[in-house]
Ligand binder design. Structure first.
Ligand code: KG4
Ligand code: ZN
Length: 339
């Protein structure tokens, strides 16, 4: 009998549901919340209200698209954290209710672990392109920047984290300074393609070990613009592409430096990237070139699996199901939840 997992993700501003059978994806439905664009960032209260409106139609669509019936679902996996508490509550409560109604188990999922496990979602039963253990994963999103040694599906060791802003936050905050719409990362990526990456030099921090820091870069970017605008009020408009390219180049260098250090010290021959910033074309190119030059296997997720999605929750749920790791109905979400 096949194991069919319904995954539910509601940790931030995307409501998503997905159905995965025996590790093979059958559907992945995501409702984005446009309302936050008006405020230049996610408004927690509005996010949880939008999740409440979206959750039933999104789950319904995911089940229908998968061609299954609610009775065919073996277990429900949901994001327990980390994330916005009000948002997490919606997905958690829905998962519990659905499981009670169907008399099936629930499985709690760590959102960060799930980002890493996108690399194990199979397109079809003959898809064997998954990473081999151990591999290094660079998890880069709007809320997190972590370097992880992945020992098996559920055993991961975080060897480095950001000590201040996340990489995506650096993209978004600097984009805001240039008056680009939220979230700024994708727009910086687009503009960077026509700019000069070495035109402007920004401060780069020296942080020991595998930790990262992006707040100094953000300040350096802000001061550069503040000073340049005093001389030329149109500085941003006239130099936007170079600003974006130079910012992106600096962020990628900071990430790649630590990745290279970890590869050399741990002797690991496979690298994966995950999280929203793994959609960045410059990072994808840098990693691909690094893989070629160092003869290291690189795993880059499909664009649809870079940002928050429930397929990653469902696949994590699948591996936890195989290990019999179930949660009880009195489980509560966690805003802070380490790997
Ligand atoms: O993983 P995600 O969807 O949500 C969080 O858990 O944070 O990541 C969102 C982040 C945002 O900061 C967004 O600007 C960034 O990913 N992002 C990008 C790109 N696409 C999304 N950053 C740089 N280049 C991109 N192409
Ligand atoms: Zn995420």
């Amino acid at each position: 009998m096949s194991i069919t997992i319904l995954g539910i993700e509601s940790s931030c501003d995307d409501t998503s549901a997905s159905v995965i059978s025996d590790g093979v994806i059958r559907s992945n439905f995501i409702a984005n919340q446009e309302v936050h664009k008006l405020f230049g960032g996610v408004v927690p209260e509005l996010a949880s209200r939008a999740h409440q409106q979206n959750i039933i139609p999104v789950v319904d669509a995911a089940i229908k698209q998968a061609g299954v019936k609610p009775e065919d679902i073996t277990a429900v996996a949901f994001t327990r954290g980390p994330g916005l508490l009000g948002s997490l509550l919606v997905g958690t409560s829905f998962a519990k209710g659905f499981a009670l109604a169907q008399n099936i188990p629930i499985i709690e999922v760590n959102h960060l672990q799930a980002h890493v496990l996108v690399h194990f979602i199979k397109e079809d039963a003959l898809d064997f392109n998954q990473p081999s253990f151990p591999f290094l994963c660079l998890l880069v999103s709007g809320g997190h920047t972590q370097l992880i040694v992945v020992k098996n599906h559920l055993q991961m060791e975080v060897i480095g984290s950001t000590i201040d802003d996340a990489a995506g936050e650096a993209f978004d905050k600097c984009a805001k300074v240039m008056n680009l719409p939220y979230p700024g990362g994708p727009m910086v990526d687009k503009m960077a393609k026509i700019g000069n990456p070495t035109k402007i030099k920004f401060a780069k921090p020296r942080i020991d070990g595998y930790n990262f820091s992006f707040s100094g870069l953000k300040t350096s970017f802000l001061y550069h613009i503040r000073d340049a605008i005093k001389i030329n009020p149109n500085y941003i408009e006239e130099n936007k592409a170079d600003l974006c390219a130079s910012l992106q180049y600096t962020i990628i260098q900071l990430l790649m430096d630590k990745l290279d250090k970890a590869v050399k010290e741990f002797g690991i021959r496979e690298i994966a990237i995950a999280g929203g910033v793994s959609a960045n074309s410059g990072l994808r190119d840098a990693l691909t070139n690094y893989g070629i030059s160092q003869n290291i296997k690189i795993h880059i997720p499909k664009f649809g699996f870079t940002t928050d999605n429930a397929a990653m929750i469902a696949i994590t749920g699948y591996y936890k199901y195989l290990r019999g790791e179930f949660a009880s109905q009195d489980i509560t979400p966690l805003a802070r939840f380490g790997i």
